[in-house]
Ligand binder design. Structure first.
Ligand SMILES: Nc1ncnc2c1ncn2[C@@H]1O[C@H](COP(=O)(O)OP(=O)(O)OP(=O)(O)O)[C@@H](O)[C@H]1O
Ligand SMILES: [Mg+2]
Length: 259
């Protein structure tokens, strides 16, 4: 076995419940081999950070997890269910337990904040049962991100940081068990980034979620990660805690930590 790739054998944590597992994932677009045997395990209640340079396949990987992109090969299970075996209806039900914060917020520009938050509620009616009044739900989610006063504003009336928080509120409204964050702090100034990271930590405590966080932002990774996976050449090149990885002498790992 190649020792450098196994910087942190997770013997103790292996006892924890696995909520998401990826084995040997492959995905190419024509000649472009993006994922080339990628492996990853997310344990219940943990914050796992995946880092990789721009274009390395992080967003492709996260989209495979929720069935938005079909991988060419490999095994993905979420909360014990293998994604590729699920019928549309079961996949939809599973998706309602997975919050996905898209890269760049992706709010609907023509809808108010309230309507943006109501959208997943309408889509996943089954999970919520008979909700006649959506307002308490919308307000609770907005209060969690400190933006209850923006209820009837349009996304264009919000700053970039506020839009990101509204997107986070929209992700939270279905009370997901797993949250997938694709670059939650990109494009934000350092102070706003810190606020978003703090919010993510508070949300995890409050809802006991497991989080997969994709980021370029080493400060974000240092603060939030319990474990990290470095995506290089389509593989999980190295994994371990921040402190373990920062001490690595492997040039490809060191490259991540150079300012
Ligand atoms: N739908 C698609 N069709 C063809 N190629 C795609 C598609 N989606 C992604 N790619 C390619 O896959 C590669 C990985 O893209 P991806 O968006 O996953 O990168 P990333 O690691 O998320 O980068 P960034 O940090 O810039 O967000 C890129 O070369 C991209 O061009
Ligand atoms: Mg991306």
């Amino acid at each position: 076995m190649d020792a450098k790739k196994d910087i942190a054998p997770q013997t103790e944590k292996d006892q924890r419940e696995i909520v998401l597992e990826v084995k040997n994932l492959y995905k190419s677009f024509g000649e472009n081999k993006v994922l080339n045997g990628f492996n990853m395990t997310l344990y219940k209640g943990e914050n796992l950070v995946v880092m990789g340079k721009s274009g390395s396949g992080k967003s492709v990987m996260i989209k495979c997890l929720v069935g938005l992109i079909q991988p060419d090969k490999g095994y993905i299970s979420v909360m014990g269910k293998e994604i590729k075996l699920l019928e549309r209806e079961s996949l939809d039900a599973l998706r309602s337990d997975i919050g996905f914060l898209f890269q760049g917020s992706a709010l609907y520009d023509s809808m108010t904040v309230r309507e943006n938050l109501e959208f997943p509620m309408r889509r996943h009616k089954k999970k919520l049962g008979n909700v006649t009044d959506t307002e308490p739900w919308v307000l609770e989610a907005l209060e969690n991100v400190g933006l209850a006063h923006t209820l009837d504003l349009m996304p264009a009336e919000l700053s970039g940081g506020m839009q990101r928080r509204v997107a986070l509120a929209r992700t939270l409204i279905l009370k997901p068990k797993i949250i997938l964050y694709d670059e939650p702090t990109s494009g934000l100034d350092p102070i706003t980034s810190k606020e978003i990271i703090e919010l993510m930590r508070n949300i995890q405590k409050k809802y006991d979620t497991s989080s997969l966080i994709i980021t370029h932002d080493m400060d974000c990774a240092r603060v939030i990660s319990e474990r990290m996976v470095l995506l290089v050449n389509g593989t999980n090149y190295a994994q371990g805690t921040y402190n373990e990885l920062v001490q690595s002498k492997d040039p490809k790992v060191e490259a991540f930590f150079k300012k």
